[in-house]
Design a protein around this ligand. Structure first.
Ligand SMILES: [Zn+2]
Length: 204
């Protein structure tokens, strides 16, 4: 017990009074209903059991993969839209209202956004950074592939290879400590779609 609130160790009550959890909860609920205590649940943890057979389902893996790659594309599109929005040469407030389907006063420039004040934003283009040579990339990916097969019996695919070169972590890369391999993040300054295209050619 603290000054006002106390914490109940249900396991300890169960052990001491040789009773089950449901009775302890029922007793607490009763006291709460009678207005004798105020019951609050905090820091509860839900425990789940894993259905191995269900999880080891190829179809589910395919579904999840589909889901994540769609999400990846959607996020990339979203960022592109956002960047385009910042660089618009039309009233930003008006464009935003239009985007959210608010057509009130939609033909009136707001008069106070940066565009209306004559300051059209121009985001700096990333400076071109040289790629490692194709030969280097090829030998780095071969090294990664060897380690993945040896340690995890995992066949290197385009996604994992692209993340490796971009320096984006994923569980499989963490497992084999890919960070310490030659080539990790060697293309981190490059556009991800370009990395993927390069890798697709390399891995055939
Ligand atoms: Zn405006």
């Amino acid at each position: 017990m603290k000054k006002v609130w106390g914490e109940l160790n249900i396991q300890a009550v169960q052990d001491k009074y040789k009773t089950d959890r449901n009775r302890v909860i029922a007793a607490l609920d009763y006291l709460d209903e009678q207005g004798l205590i105020e019951l609050q649940t905090k820091g509860a943890t839900d425990v789940y059991q894993l259905h191995q057979a269900e999880v080891l389902n190829d179809e589910l893996a395919e579904q999840l993969h589909q889901y994540f790659s769609e999400k990846e594309h959607k996020e990339i599109r979203r960022i592109k839209t956002l960047v385009r929005y910042f660089e618009l040469d039309k009233c930003l407030s008006r464009s935003l209202a239009k985007y959210f389907d608010d057509h009130q006063d939609s033909d009136q420039p707001c008069g106070h956004c940066s565009v209306c004040r004559g300051q059209i934003a121009q985001l700096p283009k990333p400076a071109a950074v040289a790629w490692p040579s194709d030969q280097t990339i090829q030998s780095d990916l071969a090294g990664l592939s060897r380690v993945l097969v040896e340690k995890q019996q995992y066949q290197l695919n385009i996604e994992t290879a692209s993340r490796f070169l971009a320096g984006i972590s994923e569980p499989m890369l963490t497992k084999v400590r890919a960070r310490q391999l030659s080539g990790y993040a060697s293309c981190e300054q490059q556009n991800y779609a370009d990395i993927k295209a390069k890798v697709a050619i390399q891995l055939g």
